[in-house]
Design a protein around this ligand. Structure first.
Ligand code: GYE
Length: 345
């Protein structure tokens, strides 16, 4: 009986200890959001008082448009599992309005942290103010938001899209030797108003504009999907045929669609028309090896581990850099060979 009494006392003291230890993290979260969060302390996990505080992360994913996106979702789900973080996942199917709904539902459910992969850059200020008022820290992943008040999010984890565009542009400058005749380029852009499309397009132009013979014949949105990539490429071929020397596609899926269109038109992608794209999916690496793509600029979707690390650090009360950039390379026919076997997506 006495032993049982002692055990209960010890457990009770442990519980107090855990609750006190949690306080700085909760306080930091509040101070990051500048707004008091109701009862900052979370209920403890059932059973052992020694177990870490359970963390609930609400994640608003923008859609399922591409191979990259599916790999990104899987990476975030796997990493949450591994980290013991409860993930509430919502797919917005390319609709910013749906992202707002998801975020409001996360606020209602009082999640600890909200992560957002924003479909487009503009229009986030007021919803992020709502989140701030609820005292919930926000992490932006993959794409960026355009806003004047940077206190509305803790950090942005994702690639440097402008640099990706520059890498593509540098390759094009080296690949197409200077000519007295214009060398026609067509561009397949992703989603209108999205960070990767804006950044890749600007970075690419910044580099190629130094050459007067490189002429942009066409540039249109194809939504990052193979179907649209094929459709738009068909139109480009009908309008310009053999005048097209190079395709710059903002992702691999659209490039795969464009390859189809070019073959159906009776030309050889990779030879008659030089093909450059971004992402680095297994299928794209295979096309590199087949010689149907010439360069793939890497953009890694595997952001899950970084995201979970950031979530934990926020909950532990640490401060994070405002920008976390994913390291990336480029793939050619030669380097694709070593990579293709191990590509998880
Ligand atoms: O390149 C594309 C996807 O936002 C970086 O979105 C991401 C892009 C990626 O659909 O394939």
């Amino acid at each position: 009986m006495k032993n049982r009494f002692n055990l209960v006392t010890v457990l009770f003291l442990c519980l107090i200890g855990v609750l006190t230890a949690c306080e700085p993290a909760a306080q930091q979260m509040v101070s990051q959001a500048n707004e008091p969060k109701e009862a900052g302390l979370q209920p403890l996990a059932e059973g052992s008082p020694n177990e870490p505080m359970p963390i609930v992360l609400g994640f608003s994913q923008l859609g399922t448009e591409s191979t990259w996106r599916l790999a990104n979702t899987r990476s975030i789900q796997d990493a949450a599992n591994e980290a013991g973080i409860t993930l509430l996942y919502e797919n917005a199917e390319q609709s910013q309005e749906k992202q707002f709904e998801a975020i409001r539902s996360f606020i209602k459910q009082k999640v600890d942290v909200i992560a957002i992969a924003p479909v487009i850059e503009q229009g986030w200020e007021s919803i992020l103010l709502e989140v701030k008022q609820a005292g919930i820290p926000v992490i932006i992943v993959d794409r960026m938001v355009e806003m004047s008040d940077s206190s509305l999010y803790v950090t942005f984890i994702g690639s440097d899209f402008y640099e990706e565009g520059r890498k593509a542009g540098k390759y094009v400058k080296d690949k197409l030797t200077e000519s007295s005749k214009p060398l026609g380029i067509v561009e397949l852009k992703g989603t209108e108003g999205s960070t990767p499309s804006i950044g890749r397009g600007n970075g690419f132009r910044e580099v190629i504009q130094a050459r007067k013979d490189l002429v942009m014949l066409e540039s249109a949105y194809a939504d990052f999907t193979p179907r649209q990539g094929k459709e738009v490429m068909k139109k480009y071929l009908q309008a310009h045929g053999g005048d097209i020397r190079l395709v710059f596609s903002h992702n691999d899926d659209m490039a795969i669609g464009a390859i189809d269109a070019i073959e159906e038109y009776g030309l050889e992608p990779g030879k008659d028309i030089i093909m450059v794209s971004v992402d680095g999916t297994r299928q794209a690496l295979e096309k590199l090896i087949e010689g149907k793509l010439n360069l793939v600029v890497e953009c890694s979707p595997l952001l899950g581990p970084n995201l979970m690390q950031a979530v934990k650090e926020i909950m532990e009360g640490r401060s994070l850099p405002k920008r976390i950039v994913t390291p990336e390379t480029v793939f050619t026919e030669v380097t694709a060979v070593d990579e293709v076997e191990n590509r998880p997506y």
